[in-house]
Design a protein around this ligand. Sequence first.
Ligand SMILES: Nc1nc2c(c(=O)[nH]1)N[C@H]1C(S)=C(S)[C@@H](COP(=O)(O)OP(=O)(O)OC[C@H]3O[C@@H](n4cnc5c(=O)[nH]c(N)nc54)[C@H](O)[C@@H]3O)O[C@H]1N2
Ligand SMILES: Nc1nc2c(c(=O)[nH]1)N[C@H]1C(S)=C(S)[C@@H](COP(=O)(O)OP(=O)(O)OC[C@H]3O[C@@H](n4cnc5c(=O)[nH]c(N)nc54)[C@H](O)[C@@H]3O)O[C@H]1N2
Ligand SMILES: [Mo]
Length: 676
Amino acid sequence: MEEFVTACPRNCYSTCSFRVQVENNKIRRILPYSGNLATPEGPCIKGLSYIERTHSPERIIYPLIKTSQGKFQQITINEALDIISYKLNSVREKFGPKSILWYKGSGMSGLTNEIGYSFWKAFGGTTITYGNLCWPAGLEAVRLTLGSVKHNVPWDLKNAKTIIIWGKNPAETNIQEIAFIAGAKENGSRIIVIDPLRTPTADKADILFSPKAGTDAALALAIAWVLIKDDLIDWNFIKKHVKGFDEFRQSLRISPVEAEKITGIPFENIIELAYIIGKEGPVTILPGYGLQRHLNGGQTIRSILSLSVLTGNIGKSGSGFNYANLQSYIYDNPKEPESYYPDHEKDLPFRRTISMAKLGRDMLNTSDPELKAAWIERGNPLLQSPDTNSVKKAFSGLEFKVVVEQFMTDTAAIADIILPAKDMFEQSDIIGSYWSPYVQFKPKAIQSPGEVMPENEIYFHLAKRLNMNIGTNLIPEPGNENIEEWLDNRIKGYSELNLDDLKEGPVLAPGLQQIAFEDLKFETPSGKIELYSSEAQSIWGVSPLPDYTPHDPGTGDELYPLVFVTPNTGSRIHSQFGNLKIIKETVQEPAVGISPGDAAKRNIYSGNKIRVFNQTGEIISVARISNRIPAGLVVLPNGIWYNEGGGGNHLITGRETDMGYGAAFHDNTVEVERVD
Ligand SMILES: Nc1nc2c(c(=O)[nH]1)N[C@H]1C(S)=C(S)[C@@H](COP(=O)(O)OP(=O)(O)OC[C@H]3O[C@@H](n4cnc5c(=O)[nH]c(N)nc54)[C@H](O)[C@@H]3O)O[C@H]1N2
Ligand SMILES: Nc1nc2c(c(=O)[nH]1)N[C@H]1C(S)=C(S)[C@@H](COP(=O)(O)OP(=O)(O)OC[C@H]3O[C@@H](n4cnc5c(=O)[nH]c(N)nc54)[C@H](O)[C@@H]3O)O[C@H]1N2
Ligand SMILES: [Mo]
């Protein structure tokens, strides 16, 4: 039995290290690796399920082509590459390279993903997407305020006296953090959760505050109002390090009594929370990403962050605003339009970008040239992008679609050619994290089955067929040794990192601040923390100060009175893992959660077939009554496949958040009716 130390490349906070034992080219065992201080207890159920996933009989391991009857038929990799290169070439000749959309999702992290850029750049460019479905409103909010996006190492949580988990559900989405939260609790910390739902995380809390979705900025600004009025702030810290305090103070309009009307939280509790934040420090706030998937998401994050700033809970042990820790995320560029990050990808001829949040509509509206073909890798936009009907329409109107995939997802099903995608153990790579401070090596541990090829090899062979002259420094020759050489070269700029050390185990990020901002240096235009940010106004057209804008479902709440929330769930990463036997056998079947009162009004019982609908679309699913859900809300995790009663994005309008070009998934309302 051979053993490797590896790291999970899913788009997840934890980025767990683990040991994998391999025998006869099969993954046999997955065991914890204690050398990673952020994830010493080993991976979650999804990590353990790799034993099944890698060798699943449902994996696509040969190229498939759609026949004229709409059925998939197996072809050889050489045939597939011949057809694809012919098609790409003819579309490019007739309509230009920008008539092809290159769509990348977040299904596999790793430095080698960059190789795709080199291919498409040399191809003459393509249309690409800007923005991101995940977290950009919050990222931008933190960047505007603190200058960079980082936080203390996870193990510093034990030093917090108060931990506020705000719109995050780590018990499902970051279980490794729960170990540190539990440790803090043993040390006497108080745990507070702020979430409209009673999540599994809330079960671990001392106090749960349940605001109406989308109203957190009002809650935060009312807390700020109390902090300032009752002198619970850190004057010294503010004088030295904060820009815009006076303007911020003067702008505060929302008293706790006002905030009660907006959020539904009793004003006495709001005052109590302000006193805890003001008096029981150090305070660490753990804001989540669900919280910022609202039209006002960026300003909401800025409002909440103002509480850490006013009370001096930045740059110290036990304190902080842990939105994302990009200290080990050293290689990844934010994907934004060139107009905003003029230096980013400047040399790439991707002159045309379309919105991630409005993908379907933007695809349909492109002209000069219209989109004619698409290449989709590592993503499942037919399930994960807002407004599924428009996304389906846009993709089905194209002449030619290639999807690189491991499984027959809702997106793969619409492909003309599916190329089988590698599994995490089938290629070496290097990955960072947005929570853990480690840079990690993920070694090749087994050979791919069938005719599976990593993307870089697919690109290498296509480049050859298209007579593109790209150096092997950009697209290496096939073979894992060549990829490792490429990785070695790629990290040369970081003197503290080298491949040999990384092969030994996780390495702390170069220049890591275990306590973020402990030098009290802020890379903002003023060099201070910016409560008042001119950039917020000049780039995004929002108020330079944090503010609260009411929820706007865009429809009229009378017709569709229930707010629709689609968070993540413990047993999947978005649309991945739910198809595996181990997950099906251990987790309840997916269903639409509804409160007892809303169900009773509609004569709905658990297990009833229901139609969930609004002006954008509808889905047929199954109801589950839950007293974890407040009146006025229905909940369906995202990532549930159509054939499982999922596809919540049929009900979600494609709209961008106030900053960062995120998707406002959570500002939609629906109605539910029983159909059995
Ligand atoms: N198991 C698992 N782990 C994952 C993922 C996964 O799919 N599965 N995905 C990974 C990725 S890519 C991401 S982005 C993260 C996201 O993980 P989280 O940051 O935890 O975000 P979500 O699960 O989207 O939402 C978290 C909570 O936000 C709440 N929420 C929604 N709107 C509001 C609001 O207006 N106010 C408040 N206070 N709360 C609100 C929801 O009720 C939900 O409980 O998880 C990562 N980890
Ligand atoms: N309604 C609603 N929708 C949401 C969200 C929400 O909260 N609500 N959350 C959004 C968020 S936070 C995110 S991050 C996005 C995620 O959306 P996507 O990035 O589309 O993520 P996944 O569903 O994980 O799909 C990734 C696909 O990549 C495939 N894959 C895995 N490894 C490889 C590989 O090496 N190569 C290739 N080619 N493919 C591979 C997997 O099989 C999977 O089908 O979804 C967003 N969608
Ligand atoms: Mo995400």
